[in-house]
Design a protein around this ligand. Structure first.
Ligand SMILES: O=C(O)CCC(=O)C(=O)O
Length: 252
């Protein structure tokens, strides 16, 4: 359960770092399975979307195909589906958003060596509009990150500005000059997580290290928030908490 100080920090800053949310060995095991799965061409459901970064092929022996993003990742394998319900990820959402929580999206962003973000600054809201801003993402890092090595950039307090125009030319993103807050770029360890308000401006960090950096990103929302964007993600709207308790228990 989050403390009153953590809740206040989130309300003031629009993000919250949770150190050691998963033990490093457990995060390493997720990473091992992820990289093993992605080291071969994907032959499972076509609903799973995997992007590859051509320029990075062959740079990281652990990620030989240079996988860069997995969409619909609950369909990648049992353990990713199970992770949707993991109470360590859902409970902070109950504390911050309310007792009735649905899944909105699960995806796996990856940054192969040399990855430079074209999207840069954005609010998740631009890609997930609802009738109210009751959504938040939790990024669970499977790799240690640092500035220049895949660390996410955050603009603290920017969520208080509401919708920021995404008018950068050629891509739905915020022009750099509209980010006026002093930027934070916390280094993370595997197993650490950060929760991000749907209105918080943030940016994917570049990865100039020789190792692919990976994370699992879950977006949760209140059950009351109505999708006006048209979410097509696997298991979008799936109940994960009701009345502040797990909505369902998997029986297998
Ligand atoms: O990859 C990152 O560092 C941040 C992920 C992100 O920006 C997002 O999922 O919206």
């Amino acid at each position: 359960m989050l403390t009153a100080d953590q809740k206040r920090f989130y309300a003031d800053n629009g993000y919250l770092v949770l150190r050691g949310l998963f033990p490093p060995a457990e995060a390493a095991d997720y990473r091992r399975e992820l990289f093993e799965t992605l080291s071969k061409p994907w032959t499972g459901s076509k609903r799973v979307g995997i992007n590859y970064e051509k320029e990075a092929v062959g740079k990281d022996p652990e990620n030989p195909l240079a996988a860069q993003f997995v969409m619909q990742s609950p369909l990648l394998g049992e353990r990713w589906f199970r992770l949707v319900f993991d109470w360590r990820l859902v409970e902070p959402m109950v504390d911050l958003l309310g007792p009735d929580i649905n899944l909105h999206d699960q995806k796996i962003p990856m940054k192969p060596p040399g990855h430079v973000s074209h999207q840069r600054w954005h609010q998740d809201w631009a890609y997930e509009k609802h009738d109210r801003p009751e959504l938040a993402a939790v990024l669970l890092y499977l790799d240690a990150t640092a500035p220049g090595a895949g660390a996410t950039k955050l603009a603290p307090g920017s969520h208080k500005r509401g919708e920021i125009p995404h008018t950068r030319e050629g891509i739905m993103a915020i022009p750099d000059e509209l980010i006026t807050e002093p930027v934070e770029q916390p280094s993370m360890n595997a197993g650490d997580a950060v929760i991000i308000h749907t209105w918080l401006a943030h940016s994917v960090g570049d990865n100039l290290s020789p190792q692919t950096k990976s994370m699992v990103a879950h977006v949760y929302k209140t059950a009351q928030a109505i999708d006006t964007h048209g979410n097509t993600r696997a298991f979008g709207e799936l109940p994960v908490a009701r009345g502040g308790k797990p909505a369902m228990r998997l029986m297998y």
